[in-house]
Design a binder for this molecule. Structure first.
Ligand SMILES: Cc1cc2nc3c(=O)[nH]c(=O)nc-3n(C[C@H](O)[C@H](O)[C@H](O)COP(=O)(O)O)c2cc1C
Length: 174
């Protein structure tokens, strides 16, 4: 098999390997890895290449705990050594949700490729969550937090998988 074929297979395997990981060891995530995650996120497609994403990187224990307090389904942040809030600037694009979601998936795939674990914690469009997260992170009114990505070294294992379902696929027409 050629090197190119091996790389392609590895990429597809990484897509299947990405699972929501909610348990972490106490080990911090290295700065080099944080940079790689952000580079992967910012490699994403965006409408008109407007790149309306902004990121808040959080490693401070008190701030991580404060985020865990305000997110009803984000209690794993009490354990996580790292959180990246993916935020959008609607003044740059009316497609900011799609653009920031693409950036988030790229970030999650990079997490899997680096052997880290993460889970997407939804914020927007839950208005109360957005207000609470904005307050903790001092995000300006003009910027909307789309999600919090809880990240760490995995302390749980999940099987790689596709959820392929042929019944959801239509050929040529519906
Ligand atoms: C928009 C969005 C919001 C989510 N919010 C949460 C959340 O608040 N808490 C959580 O534990 N998981 C959350 N998840 C993760 C999903 O529960 C998870 O992706 C789904 O169960 C499929 O599992 P998998 O990620 O392992 O493939 C969210 C995922 C998305 C895409």
């Amino acid at each position: 098999m050629s090197v190119v074929s091996i790389v392609k297979r590895e990429l597809i395997q990484t897509i299947f390997t990405r699972r929501s990981i909610r348990r972490y060891t106490a080990d911090p995530v290295g700065e080099e890895d944080v940079k790689t995650l952000l580079e992967a996120a910012m490699a994403s497609p965006s409408a008109g290449n407007s790149q309306p994403w902004r990121f808040v990187v959080v490693t401070d224990r008190q701030t991580l705990d404060a985020l865990a307090e305000v997110h009803a389904y984000g209690k794993m942040l009490f354990e996580a050594p790292l959180c990246i809030a993916v935020c959008g600037d609607p003044s740059l694009s009316r497609h900011w949700v799609q653009d920031c979601s693409a950036a988030t998936e790229n970030l999650l795939l990079a997490v899997a490729a680096l052997g880290l674990g993460a889970v997407w914690l939804g914020v927007h469009p839950e208005a109360d969550r957005a207000v609470a997260v904005r307050k903790v992170l001092r995000i300006p009114e003009s910027i909307i937090p789309l999600n919090l990505i809880s990240i760490g070294h995995p302390a749980e294992e999940k099987e790689p998988r596709t959820q392929y379902d042929g019944a959801r696929v239509h050929r040529e027409r519906w």
